[in-house]
Design a protein around this ligand. Structure first.
Ligand SMILES: [Mg+2]
Length: 228
């Protein structure tokens, strides 16, 4: 562990629908998956609604799908297949790559804190993110999830960075923004067309897409370790 006074501040990013476009990838996967099984456009809409923007556990989702469409497969098999296939729907995003590289050269450490499963690291691999970040924490591996303070501290430790002077950037009002603010981070909310839903707390900045958040952070200029 380095001397805290010499540590660089951290920018902690959420993964799904922040650094990677999970919504678009899921909709492409649903399209292919329903086509492959000869299920029509109504099935696509039904699955997208049942997914609830990824809030629903995957086993529960596939149990519902198996029952609704009367599929001759077990939900467990379909979950395994999903975890194998879904990461292949992600690809590197030049906007994210350029933005993160610039922020690192400005003196920030970069962390990823994601509430998720065994698909998170393969998705990061497919999006070529590992070379751009200093620390990654996946809730399933850690046993603590956003908005609990533990995962934010764990990411800072993994990146050998300090939360002091750092920011949290994400699309979930409760997990990312309330959670980040709870450990003293400044916050940027990725709205994705939604209105801010919580009372009693607001994000410091609101943007539509991660590219705007990266620009905003880039405009802060260079940071010096121990002085922010
Ligand atoms: Mg998210």
């Amino acid at each position: 562990m380095k001397d805290a006074a010499a540590m660089q501040p951290i920018l902690i990013f959420d993964l799904d629908d922040t650094l990677i476009d999970r919504e678009r990838a899921f909709s492409r996967w649903v399209n292919d998956w329903t086509d492959h099984r000869g299920l029509g456009p109504t099935a696509q809409e039904w699955i997208l609604a049942a997914d609830a923007d990824s809030d629903r556990p995957r086993l529960g989702l596939f149990e519902a799908i198996v029952e609704h469409f009367g599929l001759p497969a077990s939900a467990e098999e379909l979950v395994d297949e999903f975890y194998r296939e879904f990461p292949t729907y992600f690809e590197p995003d030049p906007v994210v790559h350029d933005g993160l590289s610039q922020l690192r050269s400005n003196g920030w450490k970069i962390g990823v804190a994601t509430n998720g499963s065994r698909a998170q690291r393969p998705k990061m691999e497919a999006a070529n993110l590992f070379g751009l970040v200093d620390g990654v924490c996946v809730s399933r591996e850690l046993g603590t999830a956003k908005p609990d303070p533990g995962i934010f501290h764990a990411v800072a430790d993994a990146a050998e960075a300090t939360l002091a002077g750092g920011w949290m950037i994400g699309d979930s009002p409760s997990s990312d923004i309330a959670g980040g603010a709870g450990v003293g981070l400044r916050t940027i909310w990725i709205a994705r067309g939604r209105r801010w839903p919580l009372t009693g707390i607001v994000p410091e900045s609101t943007v539509e897409r991660v590219g705007e958040a990266l620009d905003l952070l880039g405009a802060l200029g260079s940071v010096d370790s121990g002085t922010k």
